[in-house]
Design a protein around this ligand. Structure first.
Ligand code: NAD
Length: 255
């Protein structure tokens, strides 16, 4: 085990699968005690079992991160089990791929709930304790979609624009009280979310072929490559990095 998060207590929303799952494993391997909060109970418990089997410490609490009561219960459950978190990774999120004019208000609100309101709820539940302890690090999953719009993803692109500014706003408001808040912004990543996105875009006629992806970012990103970036932002190695947007996209947004 390494120790870049030694002594840290980290809560990871959406920490059961994909980049969140890779982060749960990596944060624990780097010495953090991890609280996984996710709606996928089976995968969440499996990740926790894997961490514990490897000699790490982790607990799971089920919640729909768009639901205030469920978030508060899950954070309370995790906090009583492992203590007050000084690292929060707001990662849970999802996507809707369809033409803007076919997107219903219900779908729009559903997506904003999971991608944006979740950050509001999770951070409101965890930040007061961080402030009491004198500081902490918050990482929010944004996306290349915050600044580069993909067609048929208006609701998603908009939600990630909000994540971008949420991270910056928390940083600016709380930096004098020991809080860092940054966003990690992946390109296309080989996770259940990313693979479904690529398949659905292709089906609807948007070129998300291997060739197109090769031009944009060389290849699909691996979940572990994003977990490494989130780890850095969460750790004290990033002590003067605050309000930043760290793109993990192999130049997708650079050209
Ligand atoms: N995969 C990509 O290409 C890509 C690129 C940029 C950003 N992202 C962002 O990454 C996140 C998706 O994660 P992933 O790619 O690791 O895929 P994923 O689908 O494997 O992981 C998402 C996790 O969030 C959980 N989750 C989803 N909705 C939830 C809810 N309402 N309540 C609680 N948990 C919920 C899922 O159960 C899952 O464990 C999203 O924030 C997405 O916007 C993904």
């Amino acid at each position: 085990m390494a120790d870049r998060l030694k002594g840290k207590i980290a809560i990871i929303s959406g920490g059961a699968t994909g980049m969140g799952g890779a982060s749960s494993l990596l944060f624990a391997a780097e010495g953090a005690t991890v609280g996984v909060i996710d709606r996928n109970e089976e995968a969440g418990c499996a990740i926790v079992d894997q961490i514990v089997a490897a000699g790490g410490k982790a607990v799971f609490a089920a919640a729909d991160v768009a639901d205030a009561a469920q978030v508060n219960n899950a954070v309370a459950k995790v906090t009583s089990a492992i203590g007050q978190a000084n690292v929060l990774f707001n990662h849970a999120g999802t996507i809707i791929i369809k033409p803007f004019l076919e997107t219903t208000l219900k779908e729009w609100e559903w997506l904003m709930g999971i991608n944006v309101t979740s950050m509001f709820l999770m951070t409101q539940a965890v930040l007061p304790g961080m402030l009491e302890m004198g500081g902490g690090s918050i990482v929010c999953t944004s996306s290349i979609s915050a600044i580069a719009a993909t067609p048929l993803e208006t609701a998603y692109n908009t939600s990630k624009g909000a994540c971008h500014m949420f991270a910056r706003s928390i940083a600016v408001e709380y930096r004098d009280r020991g809080i860092r808040c940054n966003a990690v912004c992946p390109g296309f990543v080989a996770t259940p979310h990313g693979l479904r996105e690529v398949a659905e875009l292709q089906k609807l006629g948007v070129d998300a072929s291997e060739e197109a992806l090769a031009v944009q970012q060389g290849r699909l990103c691996k979940p572990e490559e994003v977990a490494n970036a989130a780890l850095f932002l969460a750790s004290d190695e990033a002590s003067f990095i605050n309000g930043a947007h760290l793109f993990v996209d192999n130049c997708f947004t650079a050209v």
